[in-house]
Write a protein that binds this ligand. Structure first.
Ligand code: HEC
Length: 127
């Protein structure tokens, strides 16, 4: 009886601890997401404009500045510096983060998707 009084709270404590938050996403999963959801419109590297600008050198690039792509005024005037934080917000809800963007994409809604994709983009878009 006394033992139970000691053990039960201890068990509850272990069971109810929040799961550790994964630091950084899974780049391999991110590559699959890019292929399925982004690659119709974007190249990850190089100079080729498909339906949208390539993502070459994306990190630290300012939004709307790829020469040779006709961006929306919204994307140009947003002047966002793309990094982990701004990309996460944009990719989860493009039109929420850049109202009137012409990127026809509803956003990554499942938990962890944006993080996985960004882990992939970090290396894949490097010059
Ligand atoms: C159907 C085509 C399409 C799809 C799919 C798409 N995009 Fe885009 N994307 C665009 C267009 C068009 C723009 C330019 C938007 C503007 O000018 O408002 C854009 C802009 C961007 C920008 C800003 C680029 C810059 O130079 O500032 C990023 C970053 C981006 N997209 C990433 C992604 C990622 C990552 C995915 C996949 C989750 C994706 N896009 C899916 C068409 C698309």
């Amino acid at each position: 009886m006394h033992l139970l009084v000691v053990i039960l709270p201890a068990l509850l404590f272990v069971a109810l601890r929040p799961l550790p938050v994964l630091a950084g996403g899974d780049a391999a999963k991110g590559e699959g997401i890019f292929t399925n959801r982004c690659s119709d419109c974007h190249m990850v590297r190089g100079d080729t404009v498909k339906k949208a600008p390539p993502l070459t050198g994306l990190f630290e690039r300012v939004s709307g500045t790829w020469a040779g792509f006709d961006y929306s005024d919204a994307m140009k005037s947003a002047a966002i510096v793309w990094d982990e934080d701004t990309l996460t917000q944009f990719l989860k809800n493009p039109r929420g983060y850049v109202p009137k963007t012409k990127m026809p994409f509803n956003g990554l809604k499942r938990a962890g998707e944006a993080e996985d994709l960004i882990a992939y983009l970090r290396d894949a878009t490097a010059d």
